[in-house]
Design a protein around this ligand. Structure first.
Ligand SMILES: [Cu+2]
Length: 186
């Protein structure tokens, strides 16, 4: 019982750590307004209100008939230039862009005129904690659950005490019922 609980606790801790490190946060660009030219969304302000880490993702939600997501260089970002080959273009209207590395990312809308009116997003991605390589985080969480699982071993005595007391109560009840059963005979 105690071993099963410890094993499960350790497994959950490791899983949580791996998920936390591998998947990261998803940031919906522009929040409820999405990726648009409508409503004068200030994407620089939006970005400055967030913290981006390697492993996070950007969720671009937009009408694909009117917009796209074009990843460009700093130079093309500053000049709103969509004519040179882009680093990446997303067009589905619901695009998840994984921020796999730290550093700057630059996105603009490739539809003429949209970048100029503010549909442009610069992201600075911070390193994800102190665990950049994939193989290291899988090794490091292992000692923690072992340490963390030491306290739960204390749970065993209370369980034993509980089952002991219930046995005692059971015996007492049995004794009473036996006594009650024999009472008429006495
Ligand atoms: Cu657009």
């Amino acid at each position: 019982m105690a071993i099963t609980r410890k094993t499960m606790l350790g497994f959950l801790l490791v899983t949580a750590m791996l998920l936390g490190g591998a998947i990261g946060a998803v940031h919906k660009v522009g929040d409820s307004k999405g990726w648009t030219t409508i409503g004068g969304v200030d994407y620089a302000k939006w970005a400055s209100s967030k913290t981006f880490q390697a492993g996070d993702a950007l969720d671009f939600q937009y009408n694909k008939d009117y917009h796209d997501v074009t990843e460009v260089t700093l130079q093309d970002f500053q000049s709103c230039n969509v004519s040179s080959p882009a680093m990446a273009v997303y067009k589905t209207g619901s695009d998840m862009v994984n921020l796999t590395r730290e550093g700057h990312y630059y996105f603009i809308c490739g539809v003429p005129g949209h970048c100029q009116v503010g549909q442009k997003l610069e992201i600075l991605v911070q390193p994800s904690g102190s665990l950049p390589p994939v193989s290291v985080p899988t090794m490091q969480p292992v000692p923690s659950p072992t340490n963390a699982s030491t306290p739960p071993a204390i749970e065993s005595p209370p369980n034993a005490a509980a089952s002991g007391s219930s046995f005692w109560i059971g015996s007492t009840l049995l004794a009473f019922s036996v006594a009650a059963g024999f009472a008429p005979l006495i």
